[in-house]
Design a protein around this ligand. Structure first.
Ligand code: SF4
Length: 405
């Protein structure tokens, strides 16, 4: 009875608080496990500065209840299989045209050598990251593929994945928009795959938008691929990119679009909250970067709308001063960190030193832990192709520790 009385009293307090401030009602409903709707999500991400500490505290509480105080990272080697790309996103310095300084398609010998060195240095994940559909734009690249004996980029990526697997790494491919057939071909070679949704905003594809010259950034096409990955039972990483001309409301709607796909298929293993970084030579070189509090708002909104079970990630190299802030906003993962290869997408942003990152996490009350490129909740027959069993078996100690944690 005493317990029931306390519950009734708590409900009364929550109801009084809700009448005083509708935001508190949203936070109370989120913590009670209710599904937030669009207006809730927009209210959270557009909360006033004075309300942000309460929003972050609720997000952190939701994270703590579901995940405890472990924060993870994936030791990875970043393999830029090709930096040729048919798209021209207004914020990208990764992409190159054939003949540009730095244009590069990795040979399988290079993939093998980098994978071997990565394994020696404790990497687990081989991140295959590349431009989108270069074969449709560049004859020179089609010739390169022919000389490498591959009929298309996806087939070449499959060979690169097999090479990384042979070297003892677990591949995770983000090759841009792929067809259903290409996803199915890559599934037995990848423990997980990914595609950033970036934004559901169709405005970004319009004249003057960052995606005007990037047909593969069509939000509907990206959502279709994310759904197809779910239908094929591929553990999947996606996320939003903020500060590229998107509004705060569009950020919230993008998170809910990811949630909708996850509700259909259950396959989203992590959601990245990534901030745009300005770089010289870009159409957006003078655009303001999103502030730390914008990132905190987006991270907390992701946690509160996607729920405690979701893995919410923020890249630590893109906001090196905000480690504690992001932890306080409810994230539980730092993504891939490499001892070997730089972040080719943001080469100006070095990875954090692991020891120092661990110390900062510890001072904030968290334990920094290694993880695989597939989260423990997906390591089962439904999500893992049988062909990957031996590769995963090499990490059985780590898997056992994750399952117990
Ligand atoms: S962000 Fe990706 S799709 Fe856009 S130009 Fe760069 S490599 Fe191509």
């Amino acid at each position: 009875m005493a317990y029931k009385g306390r519950w009734v009293r708590m409900a009364q307090i929550e109801s009084l608080a809700a009448r005083r401030n509708p935001l508190d009602a949203i936070l109370a409903r989120a913590l009670a496990g209710e599904r937030l709707d669009e207006s809730d999500a927009i209210a959270l991400i557009e909360c006033a500065d004075g309300d942000l500490p309460r929003v972050m505290a609720a997000a952190a509480e939701m994270r703590d209840r579901a995940k405890g105080r472990d924060v993870t990272f994936s030791p990875k080697v970043f393999l830029p299989i090709t930096n040729l790309c048919r798209d021209r996103c207004g914020y990208c310095t990764f992409r190159k045209d054939p003949g540009d300084p730095g244009a590069w398609t990795m040979t399988l010998a290079e993939v093998a050598e980098w994978s071997r060195r990565g394994r020696e240095q404790g990497c687990i994940e081989a991140l295959m990251c590349l431009g989108d559909k270069p074969e449709l734009a560049f004859r020179e690249y089609r010739d390169t593929l022919k000389s490498l004996g591959a009929r298309g980029t996806a087939e070449y990526v499959a060979r690169a994945c097999a090479t990384a697997l042979d070297a003892g790494l677990l591949p995770h491919t983000n090759a841009g928009l792929l067809t259903r057939g290409e996803l199915a071909m890559l599934r037995p070679l990848n423990v997980s795959m990914g595609l950033m949704l970036e934004s559901v905003s169709p405005r970004l594809r319009a004249r003057g938008g960052v995606h005007q010259w990037a047909p593969d950034k069509d939000p509907a096409a990206r959502l279709k691929m994310i759904d197809e990955a779910g239908e094929l039972r591929i553990p999947f990483t996606t996320g939003i990119l903020i500060g590229i001309g998107d509004t705060t409301a569009e950020r919230a709607l993008s998170l809910l679009a990811i949630r909708a796909s996850h509700e259909r298929h259950g396959h989203i293993q992590e959601v990245i909250i990534q901030n745009f970084r300005a770089k010289p030579g870009l159409p957006l070189e003078d655009a303001p970067e999103p502030g730390a509090l914008e990132m905190a708002r987006a991270s907390a909104t992701a946690r509160l709308t996607l729920g405690g079970a979701m893995n919410v990630q923020a890249p630590p190299n893109l906001s090196p001063h905000e480690i504690e802030l992001f932890l306080a906003a409810g994230i539980n993962d730092w993504g891939g960190i490499s001892p070997l290869s730089r972040d080719y997408v943001n080469p100006e942003a070095p990875w954090p030193h692991l020891e120092r990152l661990g110390e900062r996490c510890a001072r904030a009350g968290f334990r920094l832990k290694r993880r695989l490129a597939i989260y423990p909740e997906f390591i089962n027959d439904k999500w893992v192709d049988p062909a990957l069993g031996p590769a995963l078996g090499r990490f059985s100690d780590l898997i056992a520790a994750e399952v117990q944690a």
